[in-house]
Design a protein around this ligand. Structure first.
Ligand SMILES: Cc1cn([C@H]2C[C@H](O)[C@@H](COP(=O)(O)OP(=O)(O)OP(=O)(O)O)O2)c(=O)[nH]c1=O
Length: 204
């Protein structure tokens, strides 16, 4: 029997995450979370991104007006020289980040939580992908900022868009850089019995 995938709730306002999940033909609800994204004192980058993913999932799971069983929260950050690069606050911030990332490698951390409302159990995972940028000229950085693409992206770039011109190599999951480690999360959803990609996925 095919599971009722509308039981899945993606707690996200990110169009990238929605597109990634929808690309696999899965049916799900989308309900953005509203949480405080401040880092706690002494919290490592990985602890931070994991916690945010869980906070997002629980924020929506705790809403009595939303139906559903499995709640997915996710967060993506860029880490370079032990600094966390989230979304840029303005053009100057985007310029600072792109100058920092130019001609070297950095890490993209994407965490997700699947909260099961019935069992109250959580699966929390974080994938780390190494991304290399070629050296960028000042004109390229200005042109890229003017395109508007960096605005709502962690680290001020989008590998899936114009930002691909900077990326020379990646080691790890491409979809994780875009915002959700798709292969891993689908495996978890199949394991939970939440999703069947193919006819016999849940009977294995
Ligand atoms: C590095 C990188 C990030 N991003 C995006 C993915 C995320 O949308 C965004 C990181 O911001 P997040 O705070 O992880 O997510 P969000 O605020 O967009 O959505 P929500 O919290 O509601 O789930 O950066 C890309 O689209 N491409 C990239 O190459």
């Amino acid at each position: 029997m095919t599971p009722d995938t509308s039981n899945i709730v993606l707690a996200s306002a990110s169009p990238r995450r929605r597109e990634l999940l929808a690309g696999l033909g899965i049916d799900f609800q989308v309900v953005p979370s509203q949480i405080d994204e401040d880092r706690l004192e002494g919290e490592s980058a990985e602890e931070f991104v994991r916690r945010l993913s869980r906070d997002k999932a629980l924020d929506v799971a705790n809403r009595s007006d939303i139906d559903g069983r499995w709640f997915i929260g996710s967060d993506t950050i860029v880490v370079c020289d032990q600094q966390i690069l989230g979304k840029p606050t303005d053009h100057d911030d985007a310029r600072r980040m792109l100058q920092m990332l130019s001609g070297r490698s950095h890490q993209v951390m994407s965490a997700y939580t699947i909260h099961d409302r019935e069992t109250e159990e959580d699966i929390v995972r974080c994938e780390i992908t190494e991304v290399w940028f070629r050296p960028l000229t000042g004109r390229e950085i200005e042109g890229y900022i003017a395109s508007g693409e960096p605005a709502d992206k962690a680290g001020s770039y989008a590998i899936q868009g114009l930002g691909a011109f900077m990326v020379t190599a990646i080691h790890g999951s491409y979809t994780s850089v875009v915002g959700l480690p798709l292969s891993q999360i689908i495996s978890d959803l199949i394991q939970l019995g939440a999703v069947a990609l193919f006819a016999d996925d849940t009977s294995a």
